[in-house]
Design a protein around this ligand. Structure first.
Ligand code: GLC
Length: 537
């Protein structure tokens, strides 16, 4: 028997057990690496910190982690400006730490997915340096979106597009002789030049990046600005008018162009060479049919869906968000996804009114979310009930703050480091008290340590709910059947038999018939209190 034949009969037991659809009901835990755990005492979280905390993630019961970008980056947008997509930034570690993290996470049955940022690069990417050093019309410039300015001397931007972060979306560069030259497009910060997705080298380079990480054992990618990568040439000649200037809105023609689907089909071809991997697109698209178009068998596996996160704590609004989310993927036989927050939006406790009330509502919403069929995304710190932090001006770091001329405070408030243990900042997050954003002293009661011991804590609620969801057969079936419920309330049933009821009124309401499995707050005379949810079977 030849050596090759020998290999063919020895099947790897891991491969035999390969589950290619694990992502269809997975709980993804989003790690914002700067803010999760710092292993080297520089006040910024890193991959060593993630390794150190894998035991916690196992205890929490999540199936996968999604790492916000850890690639080499000058950090103008905290890693969403990548200067080398196939290297780890030294702030976070190196490839060895990443490899070890992947191996150890897999040892605990936790998948590892990472953010990819294909819409733009950093202005420090070698390609952009080469573009600046090259003449207009050169192949180096063709990888980005360079245009001559408008007006008699080209001193005006090519069109009136604003950047999503504030200010214009175009920046002018110097020509070789030092005179003012062309303009380049950056939908986000000036340090994030948009790539030209009509360029073959751009497409090929992403393929190389996908293979680079997949070959190291990565289980999938979250794709940043997945709905915005294509910018057809005719669009670039247009000025935007009126409400088209609204950010990331369906009315903004810079997003959700039909041409983007071709890009995703290319990505999917590579992913399909690696069975059991997945892609999650960031898709800020409200229109259900257009959202569903991304989740086709030959495009993305999952779409990050903001509908629930955008709903107020109001029964009708929540029910609409659920119905629309299901509707968006039904036609394409896709998997619905649910999220209450991420690193770009205010934390749910704060959105629901803050304080005890905001916390009670966030507790109710996590039960609602975990009762639904599909994939759930939990943003680090949500399981501790962290609120947004009102930070002083002089510590704000999000480019939105500067670019908006201080009109918008930006996203730092939802990115404050996670408190682990102890009674004062930095709460075990770091050995340094100089954390990249200051941590509020009152978070002493919200540390992981404090909450693990407390059966009534948010963390205990998450752990218990995640465990029940994994174990109980009642959480099966992809259909959601709505029950009649009192005004201001909602109730639905999974085909497996689970019933979820939510009370968004100010008074207790009777529960639907069934045996109580768990509730987000103690019942009052056998009734579901205000701002609470319950599971029954
Ligand atoms: C996405 C990211 C956000 C980032 C932006 C630009 O929206 O979630 O954090 O600033 O893309 O990359």
């Amino acid at each position: 028997m030849s050596y090759l034949a020998d290999l063919a009969v020895v099947t790897d037991p891991k491969e035999q057990a390969l589950d290619t659809t694990w992502w269809k009901d997975a709980i993804f835990y989003q790690i914002y690496p700067r803010s999760f755990s710092d292993s080297n005492g520089d006040g910024v979280g890193d991959l060593g910190g993630v390794r150190d905390r894998l035991g916690y993630l196992e205890l929490l019961g999540v199936d996968a982690i999604w790492l916000s970008p850890v690639m080499k980056s000058p950090m103008a947008d905290h890693g969403y400006d990548v200067s080398d997509p196939r290297a780890i930034d030294p702030l976070f570690g190196d490839l060895d730490v990443m490899d070890a993290l992947i191996e150890e996470a897999h040892g605990r049955d936790i998948k590892v997915t990472m953010d990819l940022v294909p819409n733009h690069t950093s202005d420090q990417h070698p390609w952009f340096a080469a573009a600046l050093a090259s003449a207009p019309g050169s192949p180096e410039r063709a990888r980005y979106i360079f245009r001559d300015g408008s007006g008699p001397d080209g001193s005006q931007p090519p069109n009136n597009w604003p950047s999503i972060f504030g200010g214009p979306a175009w920046t002018r560069v110097d020509s070789a002789d030092g005179s003012p030259g062309q303009w380049y497009l950056h939908i986000f910060a000036q340090e994030q030049p948009d790539l030209n997705w009509d360029n073959a080298e751009v497409v090929e380079d992403l393929t190389t990046t996908l293979r680079f990480w997949l070959d190291r054992g990565i289980d999938g990618f979250r794709i940043d600005v997945a709905h915005g990568m294509a910018k057809p040439a005719e669009l670039l000649d247009m000025n935007l008018e009126g409400n088209a200037l609204m950010k990331n809105d369906d009315d903004d023609p810079r997003f959700d162009n039909d041409a983007v689907h071709e890009i995703h089909r290319g990505i999917r071809k590579v992913m399909d060479e690696y069975p059991g991997t997945t892609t999650i697109g960031e898709i800020w698209v409200q229109d259900n049919a257009r959202f569903g178009d991304y989740i086709r068998p030959d495009e993305l596996h999952l779409g990050f869906n903001f509908r629930l996160a955008e709903a107020d704590f109001d029964a009708a609004a929540i029910r609409d968000a659920v119905t629309n989310s299901l509707d968006a993927v039904e036609r394409v036989d896709g998997t619905p996804t649910w999220a209450l927050s991420n690193h770009d939006i205010a934390r749910e406790v704060t959105r629901y009114g803050g304080g005890d009330r905001g916390t009670q509502r966030a507790r109710a919403m996590i039960l609602l979310e975990l009762a639904l069929p599909g994939t759930v995304f939990v943003y680090n710190g949500a399981e501790l009930g962290l609120p947004n932090v009102d930070l002083p001006d002089d510590v704000l770091q999000d480019p939105v703050w500067e670019r908006s001329g201080h009109a918008e405070r930006g996203r730092d408030g939802c990115r404050v480091p996670v408190p682990w243990e102890g009674t004062e900042p930095p709460f075990g997050f770091s050995s340094s008290t100089r954390t990249w954003l200051p941590m509020p002293p009152e978070w002493a009661s919200r540390t992981v340590e404090a909450q693990l011991e407390d059966v009534d804590s948010m963390l205990s609620l998450y752990r218990a709910a995640i465990e029940l969801r994994a174990l109980r057969p009642e959480f099966s079936g992809t259909e959601v059947d709505w029950y009649g419920s009192p005004p201001g309330c909602l109730a639905f049933r999974r085909r497996g038999g689970l019933i979820c009821a939510l009370n968004a009124t100010d008074v207790p309401i009777p529960l639907p018939p069934g045996e109580l499995l768990m509730a987000s707050a103690p019942l009052v005379d056998g009734q579901l209190p205000a701002d609470a949810a319950a599971w029954l079977v």
